[in-house]
Design a protein around this ligand. Structure first.
Ligand SMILES: Nc1ncnc2c1ncn2[C@@H]1O[C@H](COP(=O)(O)OP(=O)(O)O)[C@@H](O)[C@H]1O
Ligand SMILES: [Mg+2]
Length: 368
């Protein structure tokens, strides 16, 4: 791509600022701001009920915000006074239950929102059906298609009028697992090729990791963290942010002189006052399992700290990894460790666990 085709500063394709929506006195969307650049996929990720769909509906214009502004390409399209109606926002929508019209052919479904001459429409419909690999069904009816194929047609229909922005609300949740992966990948390719800015809502971390250039993690109406998937996963903001993506193990401790003493050795807790409590959080795949040698574990190391002893309470094979649960001698709590491939130690067998220092997170204790 030559430098002349890229403007020096690109306004976000979509920007929302300080969006608020309350129902019955409860703010279900509470001061949400975010930007989506052209050609980028941002995932609004959070548990059910946290306000994702309400945010999307306000952007689409089918729900009105109590306060806040929406901009497209730097132009205000909606605040509490001024409001461009939904049909003039150049926004494409795709929802899980966004059904095709059963009485129209696949081609006519895709052509539905198009204007222009018959030939122009036909060309655009053929182009999109080609891209989703369903051109051969152009004159067929939706009932001939599988669920996944119908989903692809719905995507083609949403993209046909070249929307500047695509809003997708859990669009894949009606599909079964293996099909879903393929369709996600194809969808992503097509969205990128069409250069739309995409805001995709999901409650599934795997889906967000797979689809997103950027993830906005939402909780109780607020965006708690935003960034590239890698950063959200590896530099989570708090204990709940770690737990949203995977199982976690938590060790609690008290801080003295910016250090926290635990059965796994000392952990740094910078910025925590003496006597303050911390949660040391680590994912099961980052616990290190060591064998017992005549009642002894391995020597301490700077990377992995001190080993603590426990006994196996359960071991299960999960397909690509094994999950081993270990009851710790020091307080009887059970920690979870995963190991690649097959590792199924017998119940009651002694093992030693170490904490990978570069993979654990130390957070000030949250009041539950
Ligand atoms: N029209 C409405 N009237 C009253 N409460 C609503 C309305 N729409 C959504 N809510 C409530 O707002 C909260 C957020 O809903 P929603 O945005 O659909 O969450 P999500 O999509 O993250 O699951 C929920 O508690 C829901 O019950
Ligand atoms: Mg929803």
């Amino acid at each position: 791509m030559s430098a002349t085709t890229i403007p020096p500063v690109t306004a976000p394709r979509l920007e929302i600022r300080n969006m608020v929506r309350a129902f019955g006195g409860t703010r279900v969307v509470d001061d949400v701001s975010l930007k989506v650049m052209p050609g980028q996929v941002t995932c609004l990720l959070g548990p059910s009920g946290c306000g994702k769909s309400t945010t999307l509906r306000m952007i689409a214009g089918v729900e009105m915000q109590d306060s806040g502004e929406i901009y497209v390409d730097g132009q205000l399209i909606c605040d509490t006074v001024f409001r461009i109606p939904p049909e003039r926002r150049h926004i494409g929508l795709m929802f899980q239950d966004f059904a095709l019209f059963p009485h129209l052919t696949v081609g006519d479904n895709v052509a539905f929102g198009l204007s222009g001459s018959k030939a122009e429409k036909r060309a655009r419909v053929e182009e999109l059906l080609d891209k989703v690999g369903l051109r051969r069904f152009i004159d067929g009816y939706p009932y001939l298609l599988s669920g996944g194929e119908q989903q692809r047609v719905a995507l083609a229909r949403a993209l046909a009028p070249r929307p500047k922005i695509m809003l997708m609300d859990e669009p894949f949740s009606g599909l079964d697992n293996r099909l879903r992966d393929d369709i996600r990948d194809q969808t992503l390719e097509l969205l990128k090729a069409e250069d739309a800015a995409v805001l995709l809502v999901t409650h599934e971390p795997e889906e967000a990791m797979r689809m997103a250039d950027e993830i906005a993690l939402m909780r109780r109406g607020k965006i708690v963290q935003q960034g590239a998937p890698y950063n959200i996963y590896n530099a989570p903001k708090d204990r709940q942010a770690v737990a949203f993506f995977s199982d976690i193990n938590v060790i609690c401790g008290k801080v003295q002189g910016a250090l926290c003493e635990t059965p796994f050795g000392q952990f740094l807790a910078p910025g925590v006052a003496d006597g303050g409590e911390v949660d040391i959080v680590i994912r099961p795949q980052h616990l290190k399992i060591e064998f017992d040698r005549n009642g002894k574990g391995p020597e301490p190391t700077p990377q992995n700290g001190v080993a603590a002893r426990g006994e196996v309470v359960r071991a299960r094979f999960m397909g690509s990894e094994s999950l081993v649960e270990i009851r710790m001698d020091y307080d009887g709590s059970v920690l979870k460790a995963t190991v690649p491939n097959v590792f199924l130690p017998q119940v009651g067998r002694p093992l030693w666990l170490m904490f990978r220092r570069d993979r654990c997170f130390v957070f000030p204790r949250e009041s539950a």
